[in-house]
Design a protein around this ligand. Structure first.
Ligand code: MSP
Length: 526
């Protein structure tokens, strides 16, 4: 068995409801996962939830619930959310699962055994009301703290530290010699700039149980639980290890025993892509590689960093009501319209701004009038003029289709998703022009043009088929509906099927129905 292409998203904090940012990240990861599957690779796609830590403990307390029961309720909401977005994840990790906790404890046990951890006093400013440590930077200009913190005083408590600082020059060299480790380049430069300018401290990786109990117990000191970021980052590795991947179990040999030996474990580790937002770059590009290096575990191949969404030019915030509810949008416009807009609008890297007007403009111009109109008129004419039977093969649009398919596949491989959509729409535009130029409705009136009409109808139907294949990673539902309207029973999920000439002569297409119905701006679909 060969190693699978392994992609992950950040795991979301369970305290709260899913929003546009979470949906965006999952859709982007899903497009990449589906693209690799279409390219013929075996893929493993992991997403999930970050369930431990103070925020969750406090949120559960505020609702008078046991933290586990609180997480279980919300986990159902989040899993439903992922399903609604048509996300094709292979597994869903929750950090409260025993399979995860066992691996985290094994990593900690190993680090302890090999002398990478030490216990030392931590001295800091502490707010009992918020149960949090503060720093000098949290002071207001007049030197006081915000009243939400209540009384703030100096606290000294013992904690366990991870000897992270000793890996600083190794990490700089690793990032310098592996340019694709952090992408895009501006994020790579940001990490390098930080690592060159500042001295890394050792990382405090515990919290005393007396203060915070909702975490993974430290295997060698019962008074402590694990710092939530150490716990959360490890999810990417705990799942492959718990599934029996030798790249996970071997480095932990002696510290970890696989509960039930998997007969043919998937080969997943190292991860190929960790997709994350820009706010959590330091955790993924500094802490995580050092944790792995110290444990003797191979490093992931890439941390891929996306930008943040705003709405109407302002930060999204529940308190001001300035939010986009992805579930409402998918309910209203369809999941593919949502997927299309977020991937087409925002390249992986920069920030973006959601406006309802921008969303609707793309829906109408690109989905309804561009793609939808092409498919609908092409298939309707084939039914009207040829009873739905595909004419003999013709290669007039083959060069356009093949050049777009090659560029799109290349863009998929480079995870340049916006570029792939732009090129795919070049084919939509070309085929719509072809309809206008050849005017099949006129040809149909002239029996002498019957052969020309055959040629035009073949090219249009075949372009629609190729488009379904190119659209599948992005718009899986529309692509499947398009294939079924073409009378094809398989899924358009193999890029190899984008080769020209797939529709055989005499094949009967199905019933065309609008893929993306035109709509009045406020009203229901027409
Ligand atoms: N639990 C941590 C991640 C641990 S990963 C080992 C966390 N959770 S989060 O729920 O706050 O964020 C999850 C992901 O959503 C992050 O990658 C974050 O960048 C992303 N986004 C949150 N808000 C966003 C936008 N407004 N726009 C785009 N992505 C955003 O951080």
């Amino acid at each position: 068995m060969s190693k699978r292409f392994y992609i992950t998203t950040a795991i979301d904090y369970v305290n709260g409801q899913p929003h546009l940012g979470h949906a965006y990240e999952k859709v982007v990861a899903d497009v990449i996962a589906r693209a690799h599957r279409s390219l013929g690779e075996e893929v493993f796609f992991l997403t999930g939830l970050d369930e431990h830590g103070q925020k969750v403990q406090q949120a559960a307390q505020a609702e008078g619930k046991d933290p586990q029961a609180y997480c279980d309720e919300l986990a159902a909401v989040w899993q439903e959310f992922v399903a609604r977005l048509n996300v094709s994840n292979d597994d869903f990790i929750r950090t409260t699962q025993p399979r995860h906790k066992q691996v985290v404890q094994a990593m900690l046990a190993k680090l302890h055994r090999i002398g990478e951890l030490y216990k030392a006093p931590y001295r800091g400013l502490y707010s009992p009301r918020q149960e949090t440590f503060l720093t000098e930077k949290d002071r207001r200009p007049d030197g006081t703290f915000d009243p939400i913190y209540g009384e703030v005083f100096e606290l000294i408590e013992d904690n366990w530290y991870f000897r992270m600082s000793r890996y600083q020059s190794w990490l700089i060299e690793h990032i310098e010699t592996h340019p694709s480790f952090v992408q895009p380049d501006n994020r790579r430069n940001e990490v390098l700039g930080f690592l060159r300018a500042e001295t890394l401290d050792d990382l405090c990786i515990t919290r005393p149980k007396a203060r915070l109990s909702w975490g993974i117990p430290l295997p060698f000191d019962p008074d402590y639980v694990t710092y939530v970021w150490f716990d959360a980052l490890s999810n990417y590795f705990s799942v492959p290890t718990a599934l029996g991947d030798p790249a996970g179990t071997e480095p932990l040999a002696g510290d970890y025993e696989l509960p039930a030996a998997a007969s043919a474990p998937p080969l997943l580790w190292p991860a190929d892509v960790h997709l994350i937002g820009k706010d959590i770059l330091k955790f993924h590009a500094v802490y995580w590689p050092i944790m792995l290096k110290a444990c003797g575990i191979a490093l992931p191949r890439q941390v891929l960093v996306h930008g943040w969404w705003q709405k109407d030019g302002a930060k999204m915030s529940k308190s001001t009501g300035n939010v986009v509810d992805p579930i409402a949008v998918t309910g209203d416009w369809g999941v593919d319209a949502f997927r299309y807009y977020v991937v087409r609008e925002l390249d992986i890297g920069p920030d973006a701004n959601w406006t309802d007007a921008g969303f609707q403009a793309r829906y109408h111009a690109e989905l309804a009038n561009g793609l939808g109109n092409l498919v609908n008129r092409s298939l309707s004419m084939l039914r009207r003029y040829r009873g739905g039977a595909v004419p003999a093969r013709s290669d007039e649009l083959a060069p356009d289709a093949q050049s777009v398919a090659a560029d799109a596949a290349d863009a998929w491989r480079r995870h340049n998703l916006q570029r792939a959509l732009i090129r795919t729409w070049d084919l939509v535009t070309r085929a719509n022009q072809f309809v206008d130029q050849t005017a099949p409705f006129k040809l149909a009136k002239d029996p002498a043009q019957s052969q020309r009409l055959d040629t035009v109808l073949y090219n249009l139907a075949e372009v629609c088929r190729v488009l379904a294949v190119l659209l599948w990673p992005f718009l899986p539902d529309a692509a499947a509906r398009l294939y079924s309207q073409l009378g094809l029973s398989q899924a358009p999920d193999r890029i190899a099927d984008a080769a020209w000439g797939g529709l055989p002569r005499g094949h009967r297409i199905g019933e065309p129905t609008p893929l993306f119905p035109r709509r009045d701006v406020q009203g229901p679909p027409r």
